[in-house]
Design a protein around this ligand. Sequence first.
Ligand SMILES: [Zn+2]
Length: 200
Amino acid sequence: MSSESVPAEPLRHHDEGVWLVQFTGRVLVVCPGCGGRASVVPRPGLAPPKYFSALFFQPRRLSCAGCGAVAEWAPGQKGAGLVGAVVGGTEDPFFRRPLWLQARCAGRILWAYDVEHVDALAAYVGARLREHHSSPTMAMFARLPAWMKSASHRDEVLAGLARLRALAELHRPTDRSDAAHDRGDRPRHHGSLLFRGGPY
Ligand SMILES: [Zn+2]
């Protein structure tokens, strides 16, 4: 590594306490129809929610430009309450489709919802100095698995995030990452703890 690649100032990252659900504005998934790239977005015409917590209950639409597949999601009902989306892991929070942005990295699966999410992770992972927000219960960065935060994995994780960014540009069924399997056709050993996506 040349001395030019060492920044004079440490790259700072200030965690504003962003929630993972804030990155669900667009989620790239494996299309249930053709196996290409489909998008999950808030159902068109809805007013943007007033609170981040409402994002868990915002109706969504899956659509695929490749094969025309369309599906709708709305929160379930349990007694008097609504059952919202569950974020985290390698499936989308709404339709439970495998995420399109998945790559093998450091013996794990690196995943993201969309490019914006990849960029946010890269800014965090690439920072030499991390300033934490004080209330981390819902905060995405505070909940990242240790292997992603480790300095020894920094270059590997940044390279993996670059692969995710490139994947986001692709859309054909044959472009699908070998890490992005359906639950049913996923090789058995990928169900082990080692390959399970963390809660980030
Ligand atoms: Zn499709």
